[in-house]
Design a protein around this ligand. Sequence first.
Ligand code: SF4
Length: 128
Amino acid sequence: MCPGTRACKRAKQDSPGLGFALDKEFYGKPAPAKFKMGVAGCPNCCSDAWLKDLGFFGTDDGFTAVVGGKGGGTAKVGRELAQGLTEEQAVALARKVIAFYRENGQAPERLGATIERVGFDKFKEAVL
Ligand code: SF4
């Protein structure tokens, strides 16, 4: 996570608030493969939300959620899933996304590959 409204003048949302909430609930929990999350306080995305399995960045309206990204040698940019989320709504969405990945992921594929295999529309139906 980036420092968000706690230390950055560009911030739109409290990214550490959401980041700590996600860490508290999901850190160390099982998943089919590696699962990374990133939270940024504004669309500059200094914490690379677009390159995480599940990322959030702040806007004037709340948090935007992006899914299916990854870094590394075969980097992939995620896709936008939802906008205007409160911190509570973002955590609730993370619960659904991770539950979907646990049910549908086939190790060692990352979430983005699971979404491609299952279909983005079907994934969206399941988590929104
Ligand atoms: S993502 Fe935005 S809020 Fe976070 S450090 Fe970068 S500029 Fe600041």
